[in-house]
Ligand binder design. Structure first.
Ligand SMILES: N[C@@H](CCC(=O)N[C@@H](CS)C(=O)NCC(=O)O)C(=O)O
Length: 378
């Protein structure tokens, strides 16, 4: 089958799009992947999927195919060469389709309700999701894959959702591995396959996407932002060596809350209070003191609420980072020096932690533009 003209309309965090990528990779088909902005859909998407206007859409020789499991079946039939995704036996095929349908009806909603939910409802949804995953685990049994020894249709249908598990676990405060150890072992087995590993975004990227989604849709809580404080185990010594060496930093990436209406420009300081967030983490007392004495905190909070760049990033040094300083050193600094010191820890834009390690462009800290100062990935 001709495969030179294959285009996929996709949106990278979508598990439905990942299914199609895995199926294409299993068959070794090369294709062009076009990312859609689902808030401003392209005319190509609306023309190719006029009924649902949703991704994924596979366009094969100018003809569109919609609905992810329908696309996976199409790929299996249009490119008949091995590996086959659906079994040839009619009964086994019907069972594979049954479980594909079960996943469609239960997993997406189950996952989304847990990471977006709150309170009692979230507790209910956690139970429902775990029940659903346990049914799938029972169906898997002791088999390597859902179809037996070979990776196939049901694996393709389900495995993309597993890259959302970290997000579900973090926001839902649960351990899927504790509840469904065999299912998690299966997910790890699937990840050994190149077709899967190259088609799934890293769980951290999904988490960062989900965090931003919650902010954009007003679903976040202070606690969500707090759990986004993650200790990074790299050293920023060159960055700060002019004053002291640092041992532990947390990256606090903050995105602004969306204004209630275009006319609502009043800063809502209750919505994001950096000191409040840092205080809950309990180990940022020195940083908080410095922020307060320099008044920088007001600037940060205001900047967070008004910035157009999507947020700011604070590379927050915890109390232990200051432990190697000579006693009284911080107190000996003038207010101006304290301000300069703090500015080294702030990027005027939001950088997700998953992107942080792979940054290639030069990022300026707030202090970076001044002569004699150091830039972040200099
Ligand atoms: N049943 C569809 C679901 C696809 C779907 O939900 N796509 C979402 C992205 S994850 C979408 O395009 N949403 C845009 C919209 O609803 O307008 C499939 O399996 O392909």
């Amino acid at each position: 089958m001709e495969d030179s003209n294959v285009v996929l309309l996709d949106f990278w965090p979508s598990s439905y799009g990942m299914r199609v990528k895995i199926a294409l990779a299993e068959k070794g088909i090369s294709y062009e992947c076009k990312q859609e902005d689902l808030e401003a859909k392209s005319s190509l998407l609306t023309e190719m999927n006029p009924v649902h206007k949703m991704i994924p859409v596979l366009i094969h020789n100018a003809k569109p195919i919609s609905e992810s499991l329908n696309i996976v079946q199409y790929i299996d039939e249009a490119w008949k060469h091995k590996p086959s995704l659906l079994p040839s036996d009619p009964y086994k095929r019907s069972q594979a389709r049954f479980w594909g349908d079960y996943i469609d009806k239960n997993v997406y909603n189950g996952v989304k309700r847990v990471w977006t939910g709150k309170g009692k409802e979230q507790e209910e949804w956690k139970k429902e999701l775990i029940e659903c995953l346990k049914s799938l685990e029972d169906e898997l049994g002791d088999k390597a894959y859902f179809g037996g020894e070979e990776f196939g249709y049901v694996d393709v249908a389900l495995v993309p959702f597993t890259t959302w598990f970290y997000t579900v676990e973090t926001f839902g405060k649960l351990s899927i591995e504790e509840e469904c150890p065999k299912l998690v072992a299966w997910a790890k087995r699937c990840m050994q396959k190149e077709s899967v590993a190259t088609s799934l975004p890293h769980p951290q990227q999904i988490y960062d996407f989900a965090l931003q989604y919650k902010h954009r849709h007003g679903l976040h809580s202070t606690e969500d932002t707090l759990i986004s404080i993650r200790v990074l185990s790299f050293s920023l010594a060159p960055l700060v060596s002019f004053l002291y060496s640092t041992t532990t930093l947390a990256q606090l990436s903050l995105v602004p809350s969306s204004p209630q209406s275009p006319s609502d420009s009043t800063p809502d300081t209750a919505a994001v209070d950096i000191v409040g967030i840092l205080r809950q983490a309990k180990s940022f007392n020195i940083l908080i003191r410095l922020m307060k004495t320099t008044q920088l905190i007001n600037q940060f909070n205001a900047q967070l609420l008004t910035t157009k760049s999507g947020g700011i990033t604070i590379l927050a040094p915890d109390d232990s980072s200051f432990s190697e300083l000579k006693p009284g050193f911080l107190n000996s600094l003038s207010d101006g020096q304290k301000l300069e010191l703090l500015q080294f820890y702030v990027l005027s834009e939001y950088v997700s932690s998953s992107n942080f390690d792979t940054l290639t462009n030069l990022l300026r800290t707030l202090a970076g533009a001044k002569p004699g100062k150091v830039e972040l990935n200099d």
